[in-house]
Design a protein around this ligand. Structure first.
Ligand code: SF4
Length: 227
């Protein structure tokens, strides 16, 4: 299935019961443009961790205006964040993988479960080429981590070059941090620019081993697949 075919399938099969998860990175911009043409009923949501860079918020509002779409925004549970920061400070995630996963759990994973509640399917901008942890991503999967709902990754087979060519061809706005050496953008304190030749996600949680670099939103199935 091409990306266009995958999105048309989502539109026909799931319509408004499906949602695109967007963090407004390069792939998400491509996905929004494709979905505006091929899956217009599908909703778009984003997880606002409270630690996003200003450049991401600026892009969100530009895209909101461009597409006339209200992005459903999910914040972390207030009490959980208050307890985390009060007890462990603002940078506990740098102390260990466990503490990093605790922060991602509160700020991303729990809000995602609320964002997906009642959905039949979700759509992501995952690409196999992005990281070792994403090498087995399929265009269509069933997401065991979220009750077996469908997970569609229309750009699974795309390269980074293809994404940039698409953005240029369609004159799409992108996160200003991309021009400053950030190929992958997450929370401000957990993302840095990468050096030429480094892995696309080398700037995400750069103090950790590449094998751990997932925030818990996209978990592999127990058998090693990406269900
Ligand atoms: S990416 Fe960093 S700041 Fe954001 S939720 Fe994960 S650990 Fe917390």
């Amino acid at each position: 299935m091409t990306a266009e075919e995958a999105l048309k399938w989502v539109e026909q099969r799931f319509g408004a019961t499906a949602a695109i998860a967007s963090s407004f990175g390069l792939e998400d911009v491509v996905l929004l443009e494709l979905a505006s043409k091929h899956a217009p009923s599908v909703k778009v949501f984003t997880l606002d961790t409270g630690r996003l860079p200003a450049e991401t918020y600026e892009l969100i509002d530009r895209l909101r205006e461009r597409y006339g779409v209200k992005f459903e925004t999910f914040f972390p549970n207030t009490h959980a964040v208050e307890e985390l920061v009060t007890g462990k400070g603002h940078f506990s995630f740098r102390q260990s993988v466990e503490l990093r996963k605790e922060c991602c759990g509160i700020r991303k994973v729990e809000p995602l479960s609320r964002a997906l509640a009642g959905r039949a399917a979700w759509v992501t901008g995952l690409r196999r080429e992005q990281a070792a942890t994403r090498a087995a991503v399929e265009v269509t999967e069933q997401d065991a981590a979220h009750g077996g709902i469908w997970k569609i990754n229309p750009l699974a087979e795309w390269t980074q070059r293809q994404c940039w060519d698409f953005v240029k061809e369609h004159h799409l706005p992108v996160n200003a941090l991309h021009q400053q050496g950030y190929p992958s953008i997450g929370c401000g304190p957990c993302t840095r620019a990468v050096k030429p030749g480094e892995d696309v996600r080398a700037g995400r949680w750069w103090w950790e081993s590449p094998d751990h670099k997932e925030c818990g939103l996209h978990l592999p199935a127990p058998d090693g697949g990406t269900k």
